[in-house]
Design a binder for this molecule. Sequence first.
Ligand SMILES: *Cc1c(COP(=O)(O)O)cnc(C)c1O
Length: 379
Amino acid sequence: MADARSAHDTRDLSPHSWLVAAGRDRRPDAPLNVPPCPASNFVLGGQRAYARDDGTPGWEALEAIVGGLEGGAAVAFASGMAGIAALFDDLPTGAIVALPDDCYQGVAGLAMAGQRRGRWTVRRIAVADTAAWVDACSACDLVWLESPSNPLLAVADLATICGAPRRPGATLVVDHTFATPLTQRPLALGADASVESVTKFIGGHSDLLGGVVSVRDPKRLAALRHARELAGATPGTLEVFLAARGARTLAVRLERAQHNAGILAARLAVHPHVAVTRYPGLPSHPTHEVARRQLKGFGTVISFDVHGSAAAAEAVCATVALIQHATSLGAVESTMERRAGVPGQEHLPPSLLRLSVGIEDVDDLWADLDRALRVAVTR
Ligand SMILES: *Cc1c(COP(=O)(O)O)cnc(C)c1O
C-alpha cells in the first residue's frame, strides 16, 4: 500500500487534507484509489496468505485513513457492532462494565445479554454524572462511554473521565460515532480505544455496514486483529472501498450538515408544536457547556419531542417528503424516526423524533419539517 515516506509526510497534514490524501498507493502506475480487491487467498511467499488473517489492500486503506485521523491505529470490522463485540469479548469472566444510561440500543443489548449469561455485571451511569464515571474508572474492568449519546445527545466530560485513574488492566472505550474523529479525539485524551460505526458518517451514504476500533497500544492492536481473525468479523470488499470513498468527503459533508443542524435546532426550539428540542449546540441543552469546551462542532443529530402522543410523532414521519422516514444517521440525506418505536428504546419519551440532518438546502428541510409539524400535530 502507501509507501512509508508518503505515509510519514501526510501525517503532518490537517485532518481535512489527511482525509483526502491518506490510504493511497503512491507507486508509479498505481491507481489513485485502492481498487476493490476481491481476494480470499494470495500467492504464498509474501506478506499475505489468507485475507481473514492478513487483510487486503482495501481494508488497509480504510484503516490508514481512520487510524491517522483518530491518532492511533485502526482495525476495520464488518460493522460497528462487530468491533464492539470484539472489545466486550476480551473481558475476563466476572468483569464489571460501566455503561451509559443513554446509549446505542445494540451496545446495551449486547451488554445485557452478557450479564444474563453470567459473563459480566453491568452498571448503568448517567452520561453527565462525571463524578460517577470517575469512580467507575477505578472500580470497573470496562468503562464504556458513548458521547454524544444516542438519542439524548448527552456529552460526557471526556477530558476528566479519560484522565481519571483506572483499575489495573481496565479498558476505557469511547464510542464517538455521533461525533466523528473530526470533532473529538478520545485517544489523545487518554482513552484506550475509540469506536466508530463506519456505517454512519464515514460511509455517509446509507449504502454499507462497517466499523473501526482505533487504539494506540500495539498489544491492544494485535489483540483486536486476532479477535477479528478468530471471529471472522472481517469487513466486506465493496464496503471498505465505499467507506474509503466516503471518507474523502467527510469533512465537507459534516461541515454542511452541521451548519444545517444548528439552524434547524434553533428553529425547532421555538416551534409551537415542539415540546423539547435536544441539540448540544443549544444553550438549553443539559451538557451544552461540556460540548462547547470539548467538541469542534455540535453534530448533525437533533432529537425533539412533538406535543401530543406517539401517534402525532408517527404522523410527522409519515408527512415529511424531503426528509426520509428511516433509521440510522450520518448520511447525505436527512432521516427521521420515532425512537421509542425501536426495540430496546421503549423507555424514551413516546413522541421523541431523532432527526439526522443531511446536506440538503436548509430552507427546503425547514419547509418540509415545519409543514409536517403543522399538518400532523394538533395541540
Ligand atoms: C450505529 C451505531 C453502532 C453500531 O454500528 P453498526 O455499524 O450498525 O453495527 C454503535 N454505536 C453507535 C453510537 C451507533 O450509532
